[in-house]
Design a protein around this ligand. Structure first.
Ligand code: 4AD
Ligand code: MG
Length: 479
C-alpha cells in the first residue's frame, strides 16, 4: 500500500509509471495485514473488502470468494474496524477505482469489531466528535492523510538541516529559565501540594521554599530551546532543535496549543538578512517535499477539507516572500480603510486580523515583518541603532498568521544586561547566557517554526487540535 516517490512531470507520465508498476506486480503472491474499512457482499457469491494498513490513503481491494472455508462463518461477520490477515494473489482489477486487486486464498480474522458498536461509522462525523475518540480517529481517511503529511514534514525538516551541515541538538525539557520572559510556564515540582513548605520572603510575605523541591530551585517545562541552542551555535556554528515546548497561555483558539513542537535553528556569524533567507528556503523546501511525496494525501485534503491548499503551496514555492518592516506594515494597515476589532497604532502587538489582512488581502502571499518595537518583543533580540526597534522577524502566512518567529540576537553583553533589567529579569540568573557575549561574541540569529502551525497550513485543517496526535489545551488533556 506504499506510494513511491515520483520525479516525472505530467500526469500522463505519472499514470504510465503507476500502471507499469502495478502491471509488474500482477501474479505476485502477497501477505496483507490491516484493518477493514468497508465490506461489500455481492450477490455473485463473493465479498469486496477494502483493507488498509495506514501506509497510504488508498487501501487494497481484497476479493473474498464464498469458496473460502470460513466465508459464511467468519468473513461475513468481519465488519468495519476488524483486523485481518490475507494471503492472496495480485490480479488486474476489472472494476474502476484501482488497477489491481488481491484475490484471497485465505483470510484470517485476527480481531473482530462489532459494526453496530464501532465508534467510527462510515458516515462523516464532526471533528469535535472525532477529538473525543482520538484513539480511533487516526483510522479515518482525513487523519490518515494529516498524520502521513506531518511525518513527511518532520522528515523534510531533518533532511533540510542535515543536508546543510546543521547539528541536531537536544535541549532540555525541564528548565530553570524563562526564554520568552512571558511568564507562561508550567511548573515542575515534586512538592506535596497539600503540605507546601513555606519560608519568609521579602516584605514579610510568605514564599514557597523551592530549596526543598526536587531540583532545589523552581523549575518549569521549557517554552523554547533557543537559549541553550545559542550555546551550541556559538560552538558548532549551525544547529537546530526539534522538540516539544509548553505554554500555559490561556488562549482557547484554533491556533494555540499548550503543548506543541518547535523547530529552532540557530546560526552563528549570521544577521537578520541571513535568518530571513534561511526561513524562506526552509519553508519552501518543506512545501516542495510535501507536494512531491504526499500527492495522494494532498489531493484528498484539497478535495475534502480546503480546495486551495495545493495551489497555495505551489504558488509559494515559485515566488518570493514579501519583506517589510513593522513600521511600514502599520502604515499599510492604518491606510487600509479596514475596520479592525483592534485599532492599529505604532507599538501594538499585531493581531491575527492584521496579519491576515497583510497576507490574504494586501500581498496574497507569505510576508516577513521585521524590526518590531522593543516593548513587545523578548529581551534577547538585538537592539537597532534607532533605540526603538529590535531585529525581530515574524513570518506570516495566509489563514494562520504567524508561523515563524525569530530574530538576530543581542550580541553585546552590556546592552543585553540592560535589556534584561528592562524586561524584569535578573541578569545573575542568566550568567551563562551573558558569558556567550563575554567570550568571543559573534553576530548570530535564529527562529522558531511551530510544527503544528506548519502542518495546519499545509493540510488546510481549520483547528490546530486536529494536526497533533493528542492535543493539550486549556481544560483539555485526554489520552
Ligand atoms: O514566536 P515564538 O514565541 O518564538 C520563540 O519561542 C523563539 N524562542 C524562537 C526562536 O527565535 N528560536 O514561537 C515560535 C513559533 C510561533 O511562530 C508559532 O508558530 C509557534 O512557535 N507557537 C505556537 N504554536 C502552537 N501553540 C502555541 N501556543 C504557540 N506559541 C508559539
Ligand atoms: Mg512570536
Amino acid at each position: 500500500m506504499h506510494t513511491d516517490t515520483f520525479t516525472g512531470e505530467t500526469n500522463a507520465e505519472k499514470l504510465k509509471v503507476k500502471q507499469a508498476r502495478e502491471a509488474e506486480s500482477v501474479g505476485k503472491r502477497v501477505l496483507l495485514q490491516g484493518w477493514v474499512r468497508t465490506r461489500r457482499d455481492s450477490k455473485g457469491g463473493f465479498s469486496f473488502i477494502d483493507l488498509s494498513d495506514g501506509s497510504s490513503l488508498k487501501g487494497v481491494q481484497v476479493i473474498a470468494e464464498n469458496k473460502l472455508p470460513n466465508y459464511e462463518s467468519e468473513i461475513l461477520k468481519c465488519g468495519i474496524g476488524s483486523s485481518v490477515e490475507v494471503i492472496g494473489t495480485i490480479v488486474a482489477s476489472p472494476a474502476k477505482g484501482q488497477l489491481t486487486e488481491v484475490k484471497a486464498e485465505s483470510i484470517k480474522i485476527l480481531g473482530y469489531s462489532d459494526p453496530d458498536k464501532y465508534p467510527l461509522q462510515k458516515k462523516e462525523t464532526s471533528m469535535e466528535y472525532l477529538r473525543t475518540i482520538a484513539h480511533l480517529r487516526t483510522r479515518t481517511m482525513t487523519f490518515g492523510a494529516v498524520f502521513r503529511i506531518r511525518n513527511e514534514i518532520c522528515r523534510s525538516i531533518h533532511n533540510f538541516f542535515q543536508s546543510r551541515g546543521f547539528m541536531y541538538v537536544q535541549t532540555p525539557i525541564i528548565t530553570s529559565s524563562d526564554c520568552e520572559g512571558a511568564g507562561q510556564m508550567f511548573r515542575v515540582t515534586t512538592l506535596d501540594l497539600a503540605n507546601i513548605p513555606w519560608k519568609e520572603g521579602a516584605d514579610n510575605k510568605r514564599e514557597i521554599d523551592f530549596e526543598q523541591d526536587f531540583f532545589g530551585r523552581a523549575t518549569s517545562l521549557t517554552v523554547s530551546g533557543q537559549l541553550e541552542g545559542e550555546i551550541f551555535a556559538t560552538s558548532f556554528g549551525s544547529v537546530y532543535t526539534f522538540g516539544p515546548t509548553f505554554r500555559a497561555e490561556n488562549s482557547n483558539t484554533t491556533r494555540h496549543l499548550a503543548e506543541f513542537w518547535m523547530i529552532e535553528p540557530e546560526v552563528a556569524f549570521c544577521d537578520l538578512e541571513g535568518d530571513m533567507d534561511l526561513a524562506e528556503d526552509f519553508l519552501k523546501s518543506i512545501f516542495q517535499d510535501v507536494l512531491a511525496n504526499c500527492a495522494d494525501d494532498m489531493a484528498f485534503l484539497n478535495e475534502k477539507v480546503d480546495n486551495t491548499i495545493i495551489e497555495t503551496l505551489k504558488g509559494i514555492v515559485e515566488s518570493n516572500f514579501e519583506r517589510l518592516t513593522y513600521t511600514e506594515a502599520v502604515e499599510i494597515l492604518r491606510n487600509s480603510g479596514e475596520k479592525f476589532d483592534f485599532p492599529v497604532e505604532w507599538g501594538i502587538d499585531l493581531q491575527t486580523e492584521h496579519e491576515r489582512y497583510l497576507t490574504e488581502r494586501k500581498f496574497k502571499k507569505p510576508v516577513i515583518l521585521t524590526d518590531y518595537p522593543r516593548g513587545i518583543k523578548a529581551f534577547y533580540m538585538k537592539l537597532n541603532p534607532d533605540g526603538k526597534t529590535v531585529r525581530a522577524m515574524d513570518v506570516l502566512v495566509p489563514k494562520i498568521g504567524e508561523i515563524i518567529g525569530g530574530s538576530q540576537r543581542e550580541d553585546d553583553a552590556e546592552t543585553l544586561e540592560s535589556r534584561m533589567k528592562e524586561c524584569g529579569l535578573n541578569p545573575d540568573e542568566y550568567w551563562w547566557y551573558l558569558d556567550l557575549r563575554r567570550y568571543g561574541t559573534v553576530p548570530h540569529a535564529g527562529f522558531g517554526l511551530g510544527l503544528e502551525r506548519c502542518v495546519q497550513f499545509v493540510t488546510g485543517m481549520s483547528n490546530i487540535r486536529d494536526v497533533i496526535p493528542f492535543p493539550r489545551a486549556p481544560k483539555s488533556c485526554d489520552f
